[in-house]
Write a protein that binds this ligand. Sequence first.
Ligand code: UD1
Length: 396
Amino acid sequence: MTSPPSTWAPVPSPRSAPESRPAAGVHAVVVAGARPNFVKAKPVLDALESTGMRTSLVHTGQHYDEAMSGVFFTDLDLRAPDHHLAAGSGSHAVQTAAVMTSFETLLERLRPDLVVVFGDVNSTLACALVAAKAGVRAAHVEAGLRSGDRSMPEEINRIVTDRLCDDLFATSPEAVEHLLREGAAPDQVHLVGNVMVDTLLARCADALARPVLADLGLRPGGYGLLTLHRPANVDDPATLTGLLVALGQIAECCPLLFPAHPRTAAQLADRLPAGIRLIGPVGYLDSIALQAGASLVLTDSGGIQEETTVLGVPCLTLRDNTERPLTVTEGTNQVVGRDPAMVVAAALEALENPPPPRRPALWDGHAGQRIAAILARTLPAGTGAAAPQRGEFRSG
Ligand code: UD1
């Protein structure tokens, strides 16, 4: 594994909010399409605006229900989108194409200086591709994550998005290494920390004040939280059956609360073992409150691996790999796979001997400000739709 060059260094913590407004006149389009994007967009949007940039928030419509989208805008105090593309659900190609088609038209009209995309969902890839072909500078927040598992649609989205974007903002040293190894130029890559943690730290007190535990009759430390939505876990009947057997055994000693994604709810019908309580998807604040109160979290989500690390709650990831290894080496996460006996053994051990809480460096609540400061410094106003000043990718 290659190391970052000796000249490379993490971006320092901002001392305070920028006093001047160095980016007045710059227009940034910020794209959010699915649940985890909303959480990441909020701190970046606020920080970009504090530099004087004009921002347009684009909702692609990949997630559209009140429970998957609307509640996040309320919980995060995220302003209503300036543009809604209404892409909706569909196969990967249909959904990606729907976002691309609408976003291309919008970009032609707006001609911004910058497009910012987040994470690894289909909307991320779609908008990065449109921006790159339109010659608009594109920034990827949460760049460089790699699971090494190309059967995950998100892994394809990550690889292609990073290849297309000009500015690559990473949450961890491993992510920086992946980007440099794949040929990104060092001046494209910035270790800035984790914007999801910015939101978590900003909203934690509000989340802990929510009445959701009492409303559900739960006692702090008296339950486990379960989330499952990855196609590899819920779309394959044999895998899902094995997981349900294991989860049923865990629920015998630790009752499990299961806020289910629509994809999962559709697969489960009446198959849940006793001790597992199914509820609908929860909003952001309730999700944080339920994680914080749990004695154990079992999940296949990416963001929840990070949130449990910051909250110091033991997390078992029901996958064979993670694109977020920092949550294992410097957090409370353990990747346990899908083998029922292994899952049960790991859960019982985590309940008996919870790992000590730790927090990775730079996961400190200031990642959005670091991103905005870098963009404001390197993005002169009026560059909209000009050829981007990008470091060239080498073949690799
Ligand atoms: C998407 C992301 C995944 C992310 C997850 C967060 C991709 C490839 N996947 O997966 O990385 O972890 O969001 O939740 O982008 N549906 C609704 N209401 C909605 C949205 C979706 O009922 O508001 C249902 C539809 O039946 C849809 C299914 O959920 O077909 C899947 O939605 P989709 O956006 O395609 O993928 P997710 O599984 O949500």
